[in-house]
Design a protein around this ligand. Structure first.
Ligand SMILES: *Cc1c(COP(=O)(O)O)cnc(C)c1O
Length: 403
């Protein structure tokens, strides 16, 4: 009934991996669609035949296109986009470029990704900044009223994850953006879990900086990340580290590249960069609104079914939850459950505390089993997950009774 309007047959026909595995680790790295795999292997082949620099010249148009694809995805211009080798790198470069001094305050959320949070701690220590965690409402979302209360002239940066790595919640990034804009505070959004999963529009969010990664819901290659830098503030931002694409060397001095380009390095994995562009074109071809609805439908049904399995607890929160489902177990180690599922051909992932240090610690969680469906997953696959999980839970219980 629900799924009839979505062309699942085409989605699966385009995804070679579905023949081999039930892939429910899309928040980790999704299965790439065939056009992405083809574009990348064909470029690698070209590099091996004619030389890598020469292959890059040959494929210049496809390589350049990736900036346009990201701009189309985020609703910005290509000059506001930098492509890097990971979102962590992009995020750290963005942070390093913001002028901050002792006594400045940074407001951030409890669900920030581990490497971002560690970077914040490191910088706060080095520069004597005050790092503050924003309170959340009953759904686990950043409380925007509380945020507004905390603002004074010393707050220089608001950094928030749109969707965390370990939870289905969706932070109110556009409402936070309105507060940031009203007070003229630099606003950095981590959209790693949302790009490709939810519509992400930088104009609507009202952010100054935003990072995304290629391999997750966008279904692009590993080792790709990107940074959006709003045109109006790019000239105020100087990344701590420059490369040959970030600056022009002028015999004895240098000039920073305009716009977001100053955040880039010259060297890049061309096959991956091409693959990222193709992945985004592919996602836009489906329409992110449409695939987003499908992901949320699947996740909603799956949460309900998982919650019905004895011993399984759905731990994620949110007012309107997305595709990232988090489970804990009454008497099972998430690692053992994952291993059993993997043996049955079902991919899931275990999130550790460093997925979102502050939040996991506050809630007394050390590990979670994350199940993250994508639009190409079928209802049959999700039913298979539930049956297998039910078996895993039962075997254990029987074994305990016998013992
Ligand atoms: C994966 C992830 C990151 C880091 O992305 P990389 O490309 O692996 O550096 C940051 N934030 C969130 C919320 C993530 O899920």
């Amino acid at each position: 009934m629900f799924y009839d309007t979505f062309d699942l047959v085409r989605a699966r026909a385009d995804t070679p991996g579905v023949e081999h595995v039930v892939h429910l680790n899309n928040a980790g790295a999704a299965l790439a669609p065939k056009p992405v795999v083809d574009a990348m292997t064909s470029h690698l082949n070209l590099e091996s035949r004619i030389g890598a620099y020469e292959a890059a010249e040959h494929a210049q148009e496809s390589i350049d296109h990736t900036h346009d694809a990201i701009a189309a995805l985020l609703n910005c211009t290509r000059f506001e986009v930098a492509i890097l080798d990971s979102a962590s790198r992009a995020w750290a470069m963005a942070l390093s470029s913001i002028p901050l001094r002792a006594g400045d305050r940074i407001l951030t959320s409890a669900v920030e990704y581990g490497s971002n949070y560690v970077s914040l701690l490191h910088l706060a220590q080095r520069l004597e900044l005050e790092l503050e965690i924003l309170p959340v409402d009953e759904h686990g979302l950043v409380d925007v009223m509380e945020l507004e209360q905390r603002i004074d002239e010393r707050v220089r940066l608001i950094a928030v994850a749109h969707v965390p790595m370990h939870d289905g919640l969706i932070n109110p990034v556009a409402e936070i953006g309105r507060v940031a804009r009203r007070h003229g505070i630099t606003y950095l959004v981590d959209a790693c879990q949302s790009v490709g999963q939810l519509p992400v529009d930088v104009a609507e969010i009202g952010c100054d900086l935003l990072v995304g990664t290629g391999r997750k819901y966008l279904r692009g290659p590993r080792g790709t990340g990107f940074l959006y830098v709003r045109r109006e503030i790019a000239h105020q931002l100087t990344p701590a580290i420059l490369g040959l694409d970030g600056a022009e060397w002028l015999a004895g001095t240098y000039r920073l590249a305009p716009g977001a380009r100053r955040f880039e390095t010259w060297e890049t994995n061309c096959a991956s960069r091409i693959g990222l562009g193709v992945a985004i074109d592919y996602a836009l071809g489906w329409g992110v609104e449409r695939t987003s609805r499908q992901i949320r439908r699947l996740a909603q049904d799956l949460r309900r079914d998982l919650a019905g399995i004895p011993g399984v607890l759905v731990a994620d929160r949110g007012r309107e939850r997305c595709g990232n489902i988090a489970l804990t177990f009454e008497d099972r180690d998430p690692y053992a459950v994952r291993e059993n599922l993997q043996r049955a051909g079902i991919n899931t992932w275990v999130c550790l505390e460093n997925a979102a240090c502050v939040d996991m610690q506050q809630r007394g969680l050390s590990t979670l089993l994350r199940i993250s469906p994508h639009y190409y997953n079928s209802p049959e696959e999700l039913a298979r997950l539930c049956t297998t999980l039910e078996e895993i839970m039962t075997v254990r219980r029987v074994a305990r009774v016998v013992a």
